[in-house]
Design a protein around this ligand. Structure first.
Ligand code: AMP
Length: 282
């Protein structure tokens, strides 16, 4: 991949990268289309598929993460993706499991230290270190002019923007809107884990976000009051267990005490072992 990417760069071909963990859905495809719009017909759209071990905690779903490479490749072909980069297990991390004293052990990480502390970072301690590290590696391999991320993972996109700014990485970051199922559930590869009953209750995330948006349009409210209301609202769905709900400034990700239009709200909800996330700007 790196050789082809270097040739594109030398010949001035514009490259757009869509990093994914595969098991593609229409949310991913919307990012591919956004990339194509930006690089134009003469540019190249690259989609990477890599279930990155360093962003999963020891008790998370790395080994069970859904995979269907054949179907993913067919979807990419239909969408006119120019290259699909599917690194093998040993290709990204020389030897992740080797002890650090061995010379072949992988030992360099990219760590963002502010935006990654709250929300997903608080619930998933090693997650963002893995994300920033693998995205930095993908940028070095694919050398894209632009990279497209989904608003569905709002905090992730903010952290990548910060990494690119802080480390002077010459890639333009574009954030594309969240694609939803007809009933409002944000599309996600993890929706596959839900059984029928969980799936029907999972719309509670979207309904909760909509209810807050309506309430906040009527009048400014306190974040703690809204957090309590939202917990009640969500746990009225018997299979739902709220992990967190956060109200924050969309630029700094700092929590706010007063919630008014323009503030961002994000939440994470468990259905059994499956953890779903969603967010909107109010
Ligand atoms: P993933 O494969 O879940 O790591 O996601 C790869 C990229 O697709 C990330 O930038 C996600 O934010 C984005 N993405 C995931 N779900 C959606 C969605 N429903 N709508 C738009 N983008 C999404």
């Amino acid at each position: 991949m790196q050789r082809i990417a270097s040739k594109w760069r030398r010949t001035g071909i514009k490259v757009g990268l869509v990093p994914t963990m595969g098991y593609l859905h229409d949310g991913h495809i919307s990012l591919v289309r956004a990339a194509r719009r930006r690089v134009g017909p003469a540019g190249r759209v690259v989609l990477s598929i890599y279930v990155n071990p360093t962003q999963f905690g020891p008790t998370e779903d790395l080994s069970k993460y859904p995979r269907d490479l054949k179907r993913d490749l067919a979807m990419c072909r239909t969408e006119g993706v120019d290259a699909v980069f599917v690194p093998g297990a040993g290709e990204m991390y020389a030897d992740l499991n080797a002890s650090v004293s061995r010379p072949e052990a992988f030992s360099t990480y990219v760590v963002e230290e502010k935006l990654s502390r709250s929300m997903e970072g608080a619930s998933r301690p090693v997650h963002f270190r893995g994300v920033t590290t693998v995205v930095a590696k993908l940028f070095n391999i694919v050398q894209p002019d632009i990279a497209i991320f989904g608003q569905k993972d709002f905090q992730q996109a903010a952290i990548i923007r910060r990494m690119v700014r802080d480390l002077n990485i010459p890639v333009q970051i574009v954030v594309a809107p969240t694609r939803r199922e007809a009933d409002g559930l944000a599309m996600s590869s993890r929706n596959k884990y839900l059984d029928q009953e969980q799936r029907s209750q999972a719309t509670i995330l979207f309904h909760a976000l909509q209810a807050v948006a309506v309430a906040v349009r009527r009048r400014t409210q306190s974040a703690t009051g809204l957090q309590k209301d939202l917990r009640k609202f969500i746990e009225a769905a018997p299979l739902a267990k709220l992990d967190y709900v956060a109200f924050f400034d969309p630029e700094t990700l700092e929590p706010v005490a007063r919630v008014e239009p323009g503030v961002h709200v994000a939440l994470a909800v468990y259905f059994g072992k499956t953890r779903l996330i969603d967010n909107v700007r109010l």
